[in-house]
Design a protein around this ligand. Sequence first.
Ligand SMILES: *Cc1c(COP(=O)(O)O)cnc(C)c1O
Length: 372
Amino acid sequence: MTGSIKKLARKELIDMVPYQSARRLQKADGESSFSNKIWLNANEASGTGDYQLSADCINRYPDFQPNNLLNAYSEYCQLPVENLLATRGADEGIELIIRTFCTAYQDSILICPPTYGMYAISAENHGAGVVSVPQTSCQLDVEAIVNKLDQVNIVFLCSPGNPTGNLLPKSQIKAVLDAAKEKAIVVVDEAYIEFSAQDSIQTWLGDYPNLVVLRTLSKAFALAGLRCGFTLASPEIITLLSKVIAPYPISAPVAELASQFLTGTNLQLMKERVQQSNSLRKDLSQWLVSQDWCSEVFASDANFVLFRTQYRSVIFDGLKAQGILIRDQSKQKQLDNCLRISIGSEQELNTVKQAINQIIDQTVAVQTAQEV
Ligand SMILES: *Cc1c(COP(=O)(O)O)cnc(C)c1O
């Protein structure tokens, strides 16, 4: 194991043997098919009963990393399965990385707000500290991050960023990775990478043993309800994370469904959905830019647009009263008066635009009347 990775991991994990489930032992023995043997080693039922489920052998525990799913994602992302860990959403990936590399009440993570909220929440849940190095105009403060690297075990970067939507410049990510080489794990959260024209940072995995990339099926693949994500990293990091993850994190129906959505015509459908979303995002951004009540529209490489307006609360409340929910981001650092709209269907977005126009017209009319 690389010295620096071993040094960063919680000490008790280095020699820990993960829970030896019946399924794991079986796999180590090269057994995968249930049909040719009598399996009486895991207290499972012997028949599938009357369930109308398509997953094979629903009466059996699944593999801790189902082969069909890993092979499908490996094919999709063009990385060997040794570099992959399937998780219950990218959120579980975040939690596992923190539980693997932070000793509670001792170690800390670094975040660059405004950013995705789960990094800090997972850290706090685990008893890890959170060091904040705010972004300036959607750019990393690389110098400040580098200065804090001795205080933290993990750096979380999000590109494209949530809730801002921007890609981080690759030169900045590289500068952080170079400085962190012997010091910290650098996580690049790519939950929205499919919506971006820029290549994934995953091609750098070979150069940086401390790099971890997070992916999900919740956004571009339109499968948030499945709870399936992937952590991409060096085999040694994957081995460490595998000691912390639950023994059967991915249920058999999830593995089966997700594998289907990662292949063939379904992949093509994903790409078409992304194109449609990107074209609607462009329309929405242009519309927002042309509105005089909107003071800033953030550049987005994701499936949402963040904008700033002095009418934040009337817009948010007015839409809510009509049963239209958008996200208020104004509590985040540097995002005063900012709202975020997810790219829904064309019809949904037209309804939102009409509703906002109406709300603004009414508000301006009331203001004018009061001034008179
Ligand atoms: C949505 C999101 C996630 C979590 O995705 P799941 O796979 O649904 O857990 C992680 N990171 C970012 C930046 C997100 O926006």
